[in-house]
Write a protein that binds this ligand. Structure first.
Ligand code: PLP
Length: 381
């Protein structure tokens, strides 16, 4: 028996939804994708016309960079503790990712961290919400607005996070979410793009489907036009749309999301209580008033050196842990000379413990007891 660090909850309801799609004879992008976009818009509290679904969050981020007009000569500020695909989206557009530091305990950048990284060439700031914690997003959104810099939120960790009722991902100009196999609400694969400006969402819909002006021959045939197979193309784009099989799964998962979140909150409370008094171990920071997290990560911080040994001990005991996200300014391809002590400090100390909605209380207790035993052993040695 292995305890995974992340794990989706998929079962009979999702299978039934897939069976229904098969029975319709249409598995491509259709009514289920429309329903998924509508359900997610309602979940976020934004207009349906502001969302565009994609086949992954990474594609949504690439699309956001295109819509933001990011290109050669532009700087885009991104916390060094970020998902590699987000930085790739910046660099692949010919722009320079400018890595900013993060708070060593919360792993989100502060307003000061972002401000320090702004340059005259900064076109956009691309932020994630570490582990679902919103961070200083409201203040950073204000800073970006003041400086005339676009704000893109990678809300893949933050599917249900909010600040005073406002969803993470909709504070800026663009937001992206993921429904891949490792997230809380899973569509097997899938992404979502929010654009503040609905005109840009209309452009996004073309960018994710070959640059075609209209999505299908059906749309044209429905207008009784003749030669509905002819096409009009506005850009040399790829194909990054979702499909009805994935969207049907995603719709079920969005309905189940409140239950997932409730169980995750219980698991986190159990970890917090059991680990509060462990010498040499720090639990995640408290959430500021008005902030809601999605409980995507549960992370502890240990002394450097100790951390790796504890991770290895847990792995041997069948408990998989990890560290998200290794700082990108240390990745050779990005060749950054940035000095980012907060991120370096976090990277040496942080360990993500198993957190998902299928964990039983016994699983959590086992993680805690193995963690305590390992710490006693390592600290003695
Ligand atoms: C999972 C994740 C992504 C990538 O999502 P995909 O749908 O797999 O492309 C991007 N950013 C963050 C923060 C993530 O957690």
């Amino acid at each position: 028996m292995v305890i995974n660090v992340f794990q989706p909850s998929l079962g009979e309801e999702e299978l039934a939804a897939v069976r229904e799609v098969f029975a319709t004879g249409w598995i491509g992008r259709g009514s289920r994708v429309d329903a998924f976009e509508a359900a997610f818009a309602a979940h976020l509290g934004v207009g349906r016309e502001q969302l565009t679904s994609t086949n992954s969050c990474t594609e949504a981020t690439f699309t956001a960079m295109t819509l933001a007009g990011v290109g050669p000569g532009d700087d885009v500020v991104i916390p060094t503790v970020s998902f590699v695909g987000a930085a790739n989206a910046i660099a692949a557009h010919g722009a320079r990712p400018v890595f900013c530091d993060v708070d060593p305990h919360g792993l989100n950048p502060t307003v000061a961290d972002v401000e320090r990284a702004l340059t005259p060439a900064t076109r956009a700031v691309l932020l994630l919400h570490y582990g679902g914690y919103p961070g200083d997003i409201a203040e950073i959104a204000r800073l970006c607005a003041e400086r005339g810099v676009l704000l893109v939120e990678d809300a893949a960790n933050a599917v249900a996070s909010s600040v005073h009722g406002r969803a993470c991902g909709v504070f800026g100009d663009f937001g992206v979410w993921s429904f891949d196999h490792g997230k809380i609400a899973v569509a097997v694969d899938g992404g979502m793009l929010y654009t503040r400006d609905p005109d840009l969402a209309r452009r996004a819909a073309k960018l994710v489907y070959f640059g075609l002006e209209e999505r299908s021959g059906h749309q044209r045939a429905a207008r009784a036009a003749d030669r509905w197979w002819e096409i009009e193309v506005s850009s040399f784009s790829r194909r990054s749309v979702m499909n009805d099989v994935l969207a049907a799964i995603g719709c079920v998962q969005l309905r189940r999301l409140p239950d997932f979140l409730a169980r995750r909150a219980e698991v986190v409370a159990r970890y917090d209580a059991a680990l509060a008094d462990v010498p040499g171990l720090r639990t995640p920071p408290p959430l500021p008033a008005g902030h809601r997290t999605s409980h995507y990560f549960y992370w502890v911080q240990l002394d450097p050196g100790v951390r790796d040994e504890v991770a290895a001990d847990l792995y041997r005991a069948g408990i998989y842990t990890t560290f998200r996200y290794p700082p990108l300014h240390r990745v050779p391809l990005y060749r950054s000379a940035a000095v980012l002590p907060g991120a370096d400090r976090a990277a040496e100390r942080t360990l993500n413990l198993p957190l998902h909605q299928s964990l039983s209380d016994d699983d959590v207790d086992l993680v805690v007891s193995e963690l305590r035993a390992s710490l006693r052993r390592v600290m003695r040695g």
